[in-house]
Design a protein around this ligand. Structure first.
Ligand code: COA
Ligand code: ZN
Length: 305
């Protein structure tokens, strides 16, 4: 039996929040549907944040409402939240899993959510308590886990402390986010190996951006440490409007191909994933598409002929 790797496509949130073109609710749903159709097992479908701060994510409640009406849509839908108000809005919209953002720097906490790192931690503890009572899963994601565009290099000891605290506090998953794509594989190997040793791999995940073409190398380093959960973005869409220099996430196109060829089971149908990637490119006009895409499409055409 091939070993499973769980991929969460965050393109409809991390990708679309940073595009010059704001998609309509119908377009967002079409993209989410195409990604689900390709067998991607989890999708971050939007965020509950201030629409003034991130206009592209306005109407995420309507996205949830529409998905609940789709008879064949059963893919778990995640919602990113920055605070308690976000939690309440996500819960009221029907989200069953939320991704709450923690920070490894005060500079990023301030820019992203107008709070300190400590305040974000306190709010996350409150959210975890409420979520347990309300049957909602919480993924705690540590932003700027490797470097911050405002405060510089992140101390890995700090990240390990935050990760340990929130695994103890009952977070269902703990994700290290390389928000600006500054990590290199040795750093990734060191911190993931240490975290896996302390906590096991089951709850740990990684979120890499491909700013410096190290996205896949970082995924590989984390895989070698035992990590089996990754965020990625259809067609490499992505970035963070509050983190200068952040570019797209590692493309789902690329990570699905690499992990598949390495013998892991991602559950993803590459043919259909290419259709979702095409749609992401058509809808946004800016999604780069995975580096592997021309090769994959050529390969699929050869098989078909
Ligand atoms: N969703 C929707 N609206 C929210 C909200 C949320 N999660 N949290 C706060 N708001 C609203 C407030 O109700 C208030 O609305 P009003 O002016 O109509 O009364 C307004 O936003 C401002 O609230 P305030 O508490 O003063 O916050 P702020 O202006 O300092 O902004 C955030 C703080 C967190 C709301 C804002 O920075 C934000 O949404 N950040 C998210 C950034 C993001 O998505 N980053 C990418 C993911 S890593
Ligand atoms: Zn990101």
């Amino acid at each position: 039996m091939p070993e499973a790797v769980l991929i969460t496509d965050v393109g409809p949130r991390d990708g679309l929040q940073n595009q010059p073109k704001i998609l309509t609710i119908e377009q967002r749903i079409a993209l989410i549907g195409a990604i689900a159709e390709a067998g991607v097992p989890q999708i971050e479908v939007g965020s509950f944040v201030s629409p003034r701060a991130v206009p592209a994510m306005a109407g995420t409640d309507q996205v949830f409402a529409a998905l609940s009406q789709q008879p064949y849509y059963s893919t778990p839908s995640l919602a990113l939240i920055p605070n308690m108000k976000g939690y309440e809005l996500a819960r009221d919209a029907g989200a069953k899993t939320v991704t709450m953002v923690l920070y490894a720097s005060d500079g990023m906490a301030q820019k992203n959510a107008a709070m300190t790192m400590a305040q974000a931690e306190d709010i996350t503890i409150d959210i975890l308590k409420l979520a347990k009572q309300e049957g909602i899963q919480v993924i705690a994601t540590v932003a700027v886990a490797f470097a911050c565009p405002f405060d510089g290099a992140t101390d890995p000891k700090l990240v390990e402390t935050i990760a340990g605290k929130f695994i103890q506090a009952g977070a269902d998953q703990l994700v290290l986010a390389d928000t600006i794509g500054s990590a290199h594989p040795q750093q990734v190997r060191d911190i993931t190996a240490s975290l896996v040793k302390s906590h096991g791999a089951a709850q740990l995940g990684c979120h890499f951006h491909d700013t410096r073409a190290m996205g896949l190398a970082n995924v590989f380093a984390a895989v070698e440490s035992g990590i089996r959960r990754f965020d990625s973005s259809i067609a490499g869409l992505g970035g963070c409007p509050f983190a200068p220099g952040a570019s797209g996430n590692v493309a789902t196109d690329d990570i699905a191909m690499m992990l598949g060829q390495m013998g892991f089971d991602t559950g993803i149908d590459i043919n259909k994933l290419m259709q979702a990637s095409d749609l992401a490119q058509q809808l946004t006009g800016t999604a780069p598409g995975g580096r592997s895409k021309p090769w994959l499409q050529g390969h699929l055409a050869k098989i078909a002929s």
